[in-house]
Design a protein around this ligand. Sequence first.
Ligand code: 6R9
Length: 638
Amino acid sequence: MWLPCRCTTKYVAASIRRGVSASSLHALRRGRSSWNSAAFMPESAGFEGVSGRDALHDYSVSHSENFWAAVARQRLNWIRPFEAVQDCDLSQGRIKWFEGGKLNVSVNCLDRHVHTCPERVALIWERDERGSEVRYTYRELLEMTCRLGNLLRRHGVKKGDCVTIYMPTCPLAVASMLACARIGAAHNVVFAGFSSEALAERIRDAQSSTVITVNQGVRGGKITELKRTVDAAVQSCPTVRQVFVAMRTEKRVEVTDRDFALEEEMLKEDVVCEPAAMDSEDVLFLLYTSGSTGKPKGLVHTQAGYLLYAALTHRYVFGYHDGDVFGCVADIGWITGHSYTVYGPLANGGTTVLFESTPVYPDPGRYWDMVERLRINQFYGAPTAIRLLIRYGDQWVKKYDRSSLTTLGSVGEPINTEAWEWYNRVVGEGRCPVVDTWWQTETGGICIAPKPSEPDAEIVPGMAMRPFFGIKPALMDTEGKLLTSNNASGALCMAQPWPGMARTIHNNHQRFLETYFQPYPGYFFTGDGAYRSQEGYYQITGRLDDVINVSGHRIGTAEIEDVVVIRSDEAHLSDFILIISVTQFAKRLPKTRSGKIMRRVLRKVVDCDLDSLGDLSTLDDPAAVQEIIEGHEKLLSK
Ligand code: 6R9
């Protein structure tokens, strides 16, 4: 694996035009920020009559063009300024931001920080082997990225191509993503837990000619033969011309004519790589979402809007400040890893942790040991891991010093009240706000979260609560009518476009329109249900296709989980008698590592169609499926 080699990078992109000045950064330091001051958000000084969080949110929605133009000018470095802020029409599914503008995402994530603080740490690679973390400065990460960019260019990768990256979370994976961005190629990161069939399907759909992988993966002390999986996948991918193989372990692997040793090839390359001038709406990456049924969707994100949205949400939802260490434990194979391990933190010149291990390796104290060792300020994880850790007991948390923590984040699924309370009370010692962040691969970044808020504003457990700047949620009833009052539940839609949203589904724009824009004309449909409280706060109730209709009430999985698990002693249970009479109880559900229930598997079990359970490679624990199958057999024999 490529290790930092402390030598100087000669090149800093010439396109650096703008940056947040040292004095304004100083003013933004924690404790000094105030909603009544432009110190909170420098751009807001130019927004007439805006003071306070709610006023800023109102402005961002009612004067969306002014808001996004100011933020885009301030926070991104442009090679050429944009001419139009947006050209969007949700009724047509047309979304374009910052047209006419040219920029390079890798310059925004690297060069401008190398220019101001070359020795700042960009990445802390928390390797699977505890206590063996490796740090990479911005200078080193730029150098690695440039070598990789040159290598890809020399091997014929060009603007418009799509490179598939099948690697665990590691610095070379980040550099590969940024190298693609540097030379104008799109990347397609495939989660390194996927099977060869799932990988092959994604390579074919993306029409990649180049794959980057590692010889072996190491996670939770176990070795996975990633190169072998790639070999099996490319058998059915005629487009693949070349495979670059990095060495995560010492183990030599079988090589074919199309394979290249990544680190060896990188050594031959220059550390200066001319960045491509990209249009705002050129493709930055594809990312496939498994979806519960059907063919995976390759959601397409573009350059400027995506980067800006990831950066702004990272800065304000987590209260990230210069010098903080940001620990998002999501794998880079998911959108959370893209936006909050890589692009958001790096665009902000932050220090970001790359977590290669599992929450329970070598023991259930792993996260908190890491928090203590790396002095992590913001920790961002999934409820599924939190619930798992609760079972091992508080002592695994208390053993470590968590005084560096300031904010705790949750993502991926609804966080039930019990898990929220534990996260807040035990992990955060009651002093760190817990932000339950709702968003999707499709939205590019966080859309609803308790923060930013006024300093003393309430945070309600298990609620995502407040729409982010520029986000205007809407709820629809079963007839497709807009629900205007509070204390209402419905289908969660977005009434306005925002820069971070996906632009299309690769090779299938029709499916994009049908899935997201046609169900509620004029709105973006999220597929989730939500409740809007009396106070106007949002709570996500789960996927709408998970909804069960009981005596005319639409009840989501989050509502059921909360009632059955937490409040089984209360009267609410009477609502559920109908469900319970036909319910199979299970200790756990088949979930992916990011916490998504594999509904397809449940359906197949119910249909007794066990031969076509499909690809189970991303299952967190395959034993859960066996339990469900056995439970179902028992239910049938009753
Ligand atoms: C970021 C991510 C998106 C789906 C989304 C919703 C569920 C995510 C949630 C949440 C309740 C939250 N989801 N965050 N549900 N509360 N805070 O997970 O993207 O993998 O595309 O999944 O995850 O159902 O629609 P993705």
